[in-house]
Ligand binder design. Structure first.
Ligand code: ZN
Ligand code: ZN
Length: 241
């Protein structure tokens, strides 16, 4: 029996529809997007802003002023949050548990790395690390979308992958419930720890999350990784709101 017969049968029993235009999907590249709608999702041309003060900054590097205060060295953002389809994908994966959409998100993030021409440079000196959820949230949701994104990316780029290297301390208020920007930044200080300092020592890290907001979470993870010996930590998000 050919390998591809099973998904084909699944598609007959449980047809998939494009999230955007509603057309029935059949052997498309994406799980929840038709090829036509997927092509219309504009990817960022170049990362050109400091993650923290939004000043112009080459390659998304944290500017000189902000790098005195923050540990995240750069931020790459694949797609535009203003795009309603991008928002729909993020909401579905986060709040409706449609975890397979994370594969489509990862596919778009991979295309972005190719577009900005850095995919070839992500070699064995780089370590792919997903932003973790705390244990309770992970158990409640059943998956960590950042991990699913990393699972996919790790098959596309030749860098190393460290899935469980960061741990989030439980019991903190989920970011979405803390409305004000400054209290959000305060909420996560010291919330993460690195579990394997040998693995991150002198490594360049690509720290992956689905959405970046204030970058407080990414920065706190970067702090944990840097204090464990990491050389450079770049955040990589699907979109930033
Ligand atoms: Zn479509
Ligand atoms: Zn700055």
């Amino acid at each position: 029996m050919p390998d591809n017969i099973y998904p084909l049968i699944l598609d007959i029993i449980f047809p998939r529809y494009c999230l955007s235009c509603g057309v029935i999907l059949w052997r498309e590249e994406f799980v929840y997007l038709c090829d036509n709608c997927a092509q219309k999702i504009k990817l960022n041309d170049s990362p050109a802003r400091c993650a923290f003060c939004h000043a112009d900054s080459k390659n998304g590097l944290t500017c000189r002023v902000c790098s005195r205060k923050y540990d995240l060295d750069a931020l790459l953002v694949a797609a535009y949050y203003e795009n309603p389809l991008v928002q729909k994908m993020i909401k579905l994966v986060k709040y409706q548990f449609a975890y397979t959409i994370a594969d489509d998100i990862a596919k778009l993030m991979d295309k972005y790395l190719l577009k900005i021409k850095i995919k070839g440079g992500l070699d064995k000196n780089f370590l792919l690390v997903p932003v973790p959820l705390d244990k309770k949230r992970r158990a409640w949701r059943g998956f960590n979308q950042s991990e699913i994104i990393c699972d996919f990316l790790s098959k596309q780029i030749p860098c190393n992958y460290a899935k469980n290297i960061l741990a989030k301390k439980s019991g903190l208020t989920p970011q979405v419930h803390v409305a004000e920007r400054n209290s959000r930044l305060a909420n996560v200080v010291g919330a993460f720890g690195c579990l394997d300092t040998e693995l991150v020592k002198n490594k360049n890290i690509l720290l992956v999350d689905d959405v970046a907001t204030t970058c407080a979470t990414l920065n706190d993870c970067a702090r944990a990784l840097k204090s464990a010996g990491a050389r450079y930590v770049a955040g990589f998000a699907f979109a930033r709101n």
